[in-house]
Design a protein around this ligand. Sequence first.
Ligand SMILES: Nc1ncnc2c1ncn2[C@@H]1O[C@H](COP(=O)(O)OP(=O)(O)OP(=O)(O)O)[C@@H](O)[C@H]1O
Length: 266
Amino acid sequence: MEDMVHMDRAMSTQQDIKIKANKVQVFYGENHAIKDVDVEIADKTVTAFIGPSGCGKSTFLRCINRMNDTIDVCRVEGDILLDGDDIYDPKVDPVQLRAKVGMVFQKPNPFPKSIYDNVAYGPKIHGLARNKADLDEIVEKSLRKAALWDEVKDRLDAAGTGMSGGQQQRLCIARAIATQPEVLLMDEPCSALDPIATAQVEELIDELRQSFSVVIVTHSMQQAARVSQKTAFFHLGNLVEFDDTDKIFTNPQDSRTESYISGRIG
Ligand SMILES: Nc1ncnc2c1ncn2[C@@H]1O[C@H](COP(=O)(O)OP(=O)(O)OP(=O)(O)O)[C@@H](O)[C@H]1O
């Protein structure tokens, strides 16, 4: 009986892990940007990547949906498993992978198309809608999830690029979630936003956690503390410490983490 309880626990812990990185190295030519990183990222959790400029946060984030494939000089070694499957397996189509592992960038980058088409584009190319009614439903659901529906429902034909910065970023979030991803990567998603839009996006991130595993790169320790449950501190390409966010900010184990959070490095 006790064995079964143990097994049960082990299985549920395993199920909770969405992404597992083993000995990941990233090189840009001679520059060794990520060194031997092992990490397990949980499902339905917000994980923050923090650390001083140039420590490799964005580089590691881009490994998780193979965005680094688009950089010629970049070489990735080691394994990254999504639900136990190697995302660098030659059989994996990076375009399909990026539908499962969506990404939101620092600067809102809507397509020069209507609000509707920005959100409908992904589901269309991935064949997720059988007809126009299906597509309408996906667009509405995604805009609702991104807390944008009420603001745009009467002007879905207007240009996505004509909205405020905060609205554009929520549109990009709607676009990313329209392909029904399992993981959402966010690279400093609030850095181009004012405090009100930042607060809206942060609130949204907290809601998105119900449906996805969210990984966010942020320069703001306050933001990491507000939105995340787990925090990874990177320094000079190393993952120095990874723990519950509360613990990282109140009782870090490594002196480098302590120096960073108290403002002595970075
Ligand atoms: N496209 C690229 N080509 C070559 N080198 C790169 C590229 N992107 C990043 N690097 C290098 O990789 C290292 C890590 O950079 P990265 O942008 O991942 O750090 P970061 O922690 O996200 O920094 P920041 O907080 O300033 O955005 C740096 O030495 C950087 O110069």
